[in-house]
Design a protein around this ligand. Structure first.
Ligand code: UD1
Ligand code: CA
Length: 464
């Protein structure tokens, strides 16, 4: 068995996150489209450790469901019913470790900037040693535990900010809260923790002092500021999210070949994929697994959630949710694509068009000011300006079909359910309540009456 298979990760995610002032457990808050604890699990995933145990407590069911959904192999959760500190959380996790585990990596659940390569370094530093920990030198170390080193430069203890003296607070090397410790030594030290600190908690950090005091070497890997940030409040959440977004944009620009015209106003979640030579214009927000095809242009000012955009499409000033936009399709400006919208190749949903649960097949066009709800619009159909799919009768929604090559004149109400046959024409201003056969012309409006001289007589009556 490899060292990696005999190493388990324990992720601490039971805390309430008091400083967030939130009804939602802290680790479930999202940054760049993924929960805080989800980011930690993503950093862990490529390591392929033998076991991953997530300690849950506050909102345990929701946190457990979310981490189980993350799809990390070998992941289980344990319940820390009352949260008596990080040391207590690890004590609770230990009995869940498999018999063949002989090293434990402990990670906080609130450090979303962590990367797999830094964890690899930490594992490497722990090889052949009792313990290794991650530290960083911060310009502003406030709030973190400080790393104390002895005259030889070896780590001797960690002191929490709130328990630290002024001299200790002047130390700029902080504890990232990430450790790899031999199981045997961890069990031994966990047994010796006490609550003699400002919070009356069992601090995991005291494990370091206990081991160092017994002559064990605790190796310290000093890493960059960007990796270690713990998110304890909403300002730190916003800062971490900005770093995560920027990292993802950098990846898209440098590794994929995406033009991001203004990174500062382009918010792309970490699970969004964008194809080569796509262009993201300012004010673009791409969320929840959206995928953008090659050479597509999105923005300015487009907000897409759970969407798929085909190659060469353009999506200008649009809000779209759970919509599929075909290759070379054209959307916007000022268009609202609601869930269940499917636009085919070269289809168009133009200015002030709203769609919902609607398919516009290849080449179908709704150019302006239309509502297309609960409808199947065939290939090359023209939906004129101001057409409304009257899909709701006050009780139920109904589906309408417009077959290929039909022409629906401007200002038409299609009172669903109706079927417009292939190649048929519907005269402008019609209210259609019955099916129209293929190739027919339907006119559903009152015949026009012209009253000669009426306007002149009215003006005379009014003395004009
Ligand atoms: C902790 C460290 C600190 C370090 C910092 C790095 C301790 C005592 N302090 O402080 O040295 O600089 O992380 O970010 O370890 N949790 C539980 N159960 C509990 C308490 C906490 O699961 O009973 C979880 C929290 O949900 C959180 C993580 O442990 O994900 C860390 O707890 P937190 O309260 O954020 O610790 P810090 O004060 O940031
Ligand atoms: Ca923290």
């Amino acid at each position: 068995m490899s060292d990696i298979a005999r190493t388990a990760a324990v992720v601490l995610a039971a805390g309430k996150g008091t400083r967030f002032r939130s009804d939602l457990a802290k680790v479930l808050h999202t940054a760049a489209g993924r929960t805080l604890v989800g980011h930690v699990l993503e950093a862990l995933r490529p390591l392929g450790l033998g076991q991953v145990v997530v300690v849950v407590g506050h909102q345990a069911d929701d946190v457990a469901a979310s981490v189980t959904d993350s799809g990390v192999d070998g992941l289980t959760t344990v319940l820390q019913e009352e949260q008596h500190g990080t040391g207590h959380a690890v004590q609770v996790a230990m009995p869940a470790l498999a018999a063949d585990i002989d090293r434990v990596m402990v990670l906080p659940g609130d450090t979303p900037l962590l990367t797999a390569s830094t964890l690899e370094e930490l594992l490497h530093a722990a090889d052949g040693r009792t313990a290794a920990m991650l530290t960083a030198r911060l310009a502003d170390p406030a709030g973190y535990g400080r790393v104390l080193r002895n005259a030889d430069g070896n780590v001797s203890a960690i002191v929490e900010h709130r328990d630290a003296t002024d001299d200790q607070r002047a130390i700029d090397e902080i504890n990232a809260g990430m450790y790899v410790i031999s199981r045997e030594h961890l069990v031994h030290a966990l047994d010796r923790l006490d609550t003699g600190n400002d919070q009356g908690e069992l601090y995991l950090t005291d494990v370091v002092e206990i081991l160092a005091g017994e002559g064990e070497e605790v190796a310290a890997v000093v890493t960059g500021e960007d990796e270690v940030a713990g998110v304890n409040d909403r300002r730190q959440l916003a800062e971490a999210a900005a770093v995560l977004r920027r990292r993802h944009l950098d990846h898209l620009m440098t590794q994929v070949g995406v033009s991001v015209v203004d990174p500062a106003t382009t918010h792309v979640d970490v699970d969004v994929e964008v194809g080569r030579d796509a262009v993201l214009l300012p004010g673009t927000i791409l969320e929840r697994g959206t995928r953008i095809g090659e050479r597509a242009t999105v923005g300015p000012n487009s907000h897409l959630t759970g969407c798929e955009v085909g190659p060469d499409a353009t999506v200008h000033s649009t809000r779209a949710i759970d919509a599929v936009i075909g290759a070379s399709a054209s959307v916007g400006p000022f268009t609202h694509l609601r869930p269940g919208t499917v636009l085919g190749t070269k289809a168009k949903a133009g200015a002030f068009v709203e769609t919902k649960n609607a398919t516009l097949r290849d080449g179908a066009k709704a150019g302006h000011l239309a509502y297309v709800g609960d409808a199947t619009i065939g290939e090359r159909v023209n939906v004129g300006c101001g057409v409304v799919l009257v899909n709701y009768d006050g009780t139920d929604k109904h589906h309408t079909v417009v077959e290929a090559d039909a022409f629906v004149g401007s200002g038409t109400m299609l009172v669903s359910p109706v079927t417009i046959g292939a190649g048929a024409y519907v005269a402008a201003g019609s209210t259609i309540t019955e099916d129209v056969p293929a190739d027919a012309l339907a006119i559903g409006r009152a015949r026009q009456v012209n009253k000669d001289g009426w306007a002149a007589r009215r003006r005379r009556r009014q003395g004009g």
